[in-house]
Ligand binder design. Structure first.
Ligand code: GLN
Length: 203
């Protein structure tokens, strides 16, 4: 049976993730309530605005259940704002901004600065089949990067060239994956397939 993967549906590019997960062989469902969260095998936290998502997580009484589920081993994938929410430590957040955690990393919000606010580049991503010869086209929109990783964090991708060369933009720790960029908008399903596989392997 296909794994059921939830997409946190409070704000952000929810539909694109649902479509990419369905196209990758999962059953994808929007998650807005604790009882919906309780029914999924994995969760995607989309891009959008992390400060708004933080507020809405509290309003919808999802913050603690989701934090606890991820701490308890629920596989999670966050893109962009989702990466921010999965970071144990945050730089450049607004006053009082909280994260769910799950990754032993420090993430810097809006890290790329004005000159490169939004940009695109090609990346080799560890664990993404053939990305050395057929790179992942990565779209960054007011994106974060990973400033510091813990001993258990695997770096999956760094920017190859330009002003942000060497910056960490994809990481994995246990069954938690995060990317600074938005694979859900390019039609390249390889990152979603990788996450679906992680969720399926756990099942
Ligand atoms: N800058 C946004 C934030 O802080 C993230 C941008 C995005 O998800 N595209 O949440």
């Amino acid at each position: 049976m296909a794994s059921t993967i939830g997409v946190l549906a409070l704000q952000g590019d929810v539909r694109e993730h649902v479509a990419a997960l369905e196209a990758s062989g999962a059953h994808a469902v929007p998650v807005r309530r604790p009882r919906e969260l309780a029914a999924v095998d994995g969760i995607v936290i989309p891009g959008g605005e992390s400060t708004t998502m933080d507020k809405l997580l509290h309003v919808f009484e999802l913050f603690e259940p989701l934090r606890d589920a991820i701490a308890g081993g629920l596989p999670a994938y966050g893109s962009c704002a989702g990466m921010i929410l999965l970071a144990n430590r945050l730089e450049g957040g607004v006053v009082g901004q909280q994260t769910l955690g799950g990754l032993d990393v420090t993430v810097r919000r809006n890290a790329f600065g004005r000159q490169v606010d939004s940009f695109e580049t090609d990346l080799v991503v560890e664990g993404v089949p053939d990305s050395a010869t057929d790179p992942v086209h990565a779209v960054f929109i007011r994106a974060p990067w990973v400033e510091e990783t813990g001993p258990g964090t695997q770096v999956l991708a760094t920017v190859g060239s330009g002003p942000a060369a060497g910056r960490i933009v994809a990481v994995r720790e246990r069954d938690v994956v995060a990317t600074s960029f938005h694979p859900e908008i390019t039609g390249d399903l390889r990152l979603h397939r990788m996450f679906v596989q992680i969720v399926t392997d756990r099942g």
